[in-house]
Design a protein around this ligand. Structure first.
Ligand code: ATP
Ligand code: MG
Length: 375
């Protein structure tokens, strides 16, 4: 029986839980050519949602450009990804392809047959002497020309937008992007999960993007809708589980979109009938499968950050600087804790709605489990 859940990226036509309001609002913003900052903790479904918004826009005739800025290493890289995204979306649409070729002057597309019998697209700069900010400026100007010459809505999504802050010339990049985007009759969505960093770009008076977009937080999935979704999907897959067990699954992962989907996938794959035991076993598998991700996060932290993260996972607190807390968790100086708090928050690993806690509910369980096993 085919698994009705998805382990990997969810296709745009696969059943999606809830998000009707978000889809409607985001579509409306895009159509009014507004700019939006879409943010949430990791794996809440931002990219999937934007893909759906763009899919709906395309069905209404728009041209939708999607550039992922994850891991950008230079200004040239940002420019190349933008240019590539324009060519990628237009090369299947004759009329727009010609316009893109005329408009995008800074890069030229290279099409090569790929292993699956299709074509792979890459880009190379048209003139090797234009580099850095100049290349980005030229690409943005080209994008502007493309938007101008296109008589339908152009929508641009920049995923993992906060990555631009790691560039040496970050402020100049922000200024260049802001200056050009402002003049274009397109709608831009800036998407990301490092909330502090991303919101810093848009809500700091000193920065070029200050108040230039609508802040749009994406929340967890609503409990009852998630229960309906799980219930329906298990029934559609031929393994009806009922609302009580669906509730148990939703509670187990705290309505987290990605973990709900993955937990359900693992449960469906390994049992004929859903039971409490099958849910517990599925949760064990989920924790085990996320282990490499969690270990990689821990490895990227300093010893002090690890200690503080552990303390907050074990004991969320609104007073991390209190003497008793420091002592209980063997944290050294107040200054050290302040520093690590800031860094962990910038990495979006911890947050403070009312008290400091670890953002990811599964990561919290995993840290607690690890400690129980080792201490
Ligand atoms: N509304 C939803 N209904 C069902 N599944 C969902 C929903 N939202 C997200 N998911 C699941 O979560 C997965 C991760 O979503 P996605 O990659 O869109 O999140 P993201 O917020 O962009 O993550 P990241 O912060 O890591 O970039 C999807 O592939 C899908 O399996
Ligand atoms: Mg994403």
């Amino acid at each position: 029986m085919r698994n009705p859940f998805h382990m990997h990226e969810i296709p745009v036509d696969a059943p999606f839980c809830n998000r009707e309001t978000e889809l409607r609002e985001l579509l409306s913003y895009a159509e009014s050519r507004a700019n939006v900052v879409l943010y949430s903790p990791r794996r809440f479904g931002k990219t999937s949602l934007v893909r759906r918004v763009q899919h709906a826009l395309e069905e209404n005739g728009a041209v939708t450009i999607f550039a992922d800025l994850f891991g950008v290493a230079s200004v040239e890289d940002v420019a190349a990804r933008l240019a590539k995204a324009v060519f990628q979306v237009t090369h299947k649409r004759e009329a727009f392809w010609k316009r893109a070729l005329q408009a995008i002057r800074s890069f030229r597309p290279i099409l090569k047959p790929d292993a699956e019998g299709g074509l792979s697209l890459s880009v190379e700069p048209s003139s090797p002497s234009v580099t850095g900010i100049d290349l980005l400026e030229e690409t943005l100007e080209s994008l502007g020309t493309f938007v101008e010459k296109t008589d339908v809505l152009v929508h641009v999504a920049l995923d993992e937008f906060q990555e631009i802050v790691v560039l040496r010339e970050a402020l100049r990049v922000e200024a260049a992007l802001r200056g050009r985007f402002q003049r274009q009759q397109a709608s831009f969505f800036f998407v990301g999960s490092r909330r502090r960093v991303l919101l810093g770009i848009f809500n700091d008076r000193q920065r070029p993007f200050f108040q230039s977009a609508i802040n749009y937080p994406l929340p967890l999935l609503p409990f009852e809708q998630l229960v309906d979704f799980l219930n329906e999907r298990f029934a559609a897959g031929g393994k009806p589980c009922g609302r009580d067990l669906s509730r148990r699954m939703a509670e187990t992962v705290g309505c987290h979109p990605y973990y709900s989907q993955k937990l359900a996938f693992l449960i469906f794959a390994s049992c004929d009938t859903v039971t409490e035991q099958a849910i517990a076993a599925g949760f064990g598998k989920l924790l085990a499968s996320e282990r490499p991700v969690f270990e990689a996060i821990i490895q990227g932290l300093s010893l002090h950050q690890r200690l503080l993260l552990r303390a907050i996972a074990m004991e969320p607190t609104d007073k991390p600087l209190a003497g008793a807390y420091l002592q209980r968790h063997r944290l050294s100086s107040v200054g050290g804790v302040q520093h690590s708090l800031k860094q962990l928050a910038e990495l979006d690993l911890i947050e403070k709605p009312d008290r400091w806690r670890v953002v990811d509910p599964l990561f919290t369980c995993w840290i607690r489990d690890q400690l129980e096993k080792t201490l």
